[in-house]
Design a protein around this ligand. Structure first.
Ligand SMILES: Nc1ncnc2c1ncn2[C@@H]1O[C@H](COP(=O)(O)OP(=O)(O)O)[C@@H](O)[C@H]1O
Ligand SMILES: [Mg+2]
Length: 199
């Protein structure tokens, strides 16, 4: 039976870029849950207002559980809703974090509408994805990795170091954007919404 290495974080923090690089370094399979669900038709409807597909979680999870169980070794799962993976199948969770100002620029570069950009930046400020996985799986090893101003390959190498036991970070949970933001930043973000929206 295999185990999942979960690469998670707010959309735009670099999950897919890092998961791809890590999959190459480890020589294992990488599944981008959002793309996979759309590709395989694990969706219930298209939400025209939000410009996103609504994922059929139940069917998707069944399939992913089967893939993890039938794969010898690791499967890298790339998702912003890690809490849907059964905890006992997870070996590590890496929560990618990006400074809100940099994240906003990355999301605007994706051409996303203003509301979706703001919702996700606010979710990053409030550590929504981190809280969700910590609440769902209290016994799993969770590490935060800052990807701000870093190259995805560099981030993948840092993760590899942790997995191989070469490098253990001084602290696993360390990001607090609320404390890091200036008063000016906080005033700027005050009008933002706070749910994580789909990719
Ligand atoms: N470490 C990084 N440094 C700079 N830009 C990055 C980094 N990681 C990703 N990006 C860029 O940010 C955007 C979002 O990356 P992506 O891997 O698609 O994130 P996610 O899968 O979390 O939504 C892409 O345009 C990508 O090129
Ligand atoms: Mg992605």
């Amino acid at each position: 039976m295999g185990k999942a290495i979960v690469i998670t974080g707010t959309p735009g923090t670099g999950k897919t870029s890092v998961a791809r690089a890590l999959a190459k370094l480890l020589g294992v399979k990488h599944i981008d849950l959002s793309s996979y669900a759309i590709e395989k038709g694990f969706i219930t409807e298209y939400d025209a207002e939000r410009h996103t597909y609504v994922i059929d979680e139940e069917r998707l999870v069944k399939k992913i559980v089967m893939i993890i169980k039938n794969t010898p070794g690791y499967v890298i799962i790339d998702t912003h809703y890690p809490e849907i993976i059964p905890c006992e199948l997870i070996e590590y969770v890496f929560v990618l974090r990006t400074h809100p100002r940099v994240l906003e620029e990355r999301l605007r570069n994706k051409g996303w509408p203003d509301r979706k950009v703001k919702e996700n930046v606010m979710a990053e400020i409030l550590s929504v994805v981190l809280s969700n996985i910590l609440n769902a799986c209290s016994n799993v090893e969770v590490y935060e990795i800052d990807t701000t101003n870093r190259d995805p390959v560099e981030v993948a190498e840092e993760i590899l170091g942790i997995i191989k036991g070469v490098k253990k970070p001084s602290s696993r949970i360390k990001i607090d954007w609320l404390s890091a933001l200036s008063q000016e930043d906080i005033a700027y973000y005050e009008s933002y919404g706070e749910s994580v929206s789909n990719e």
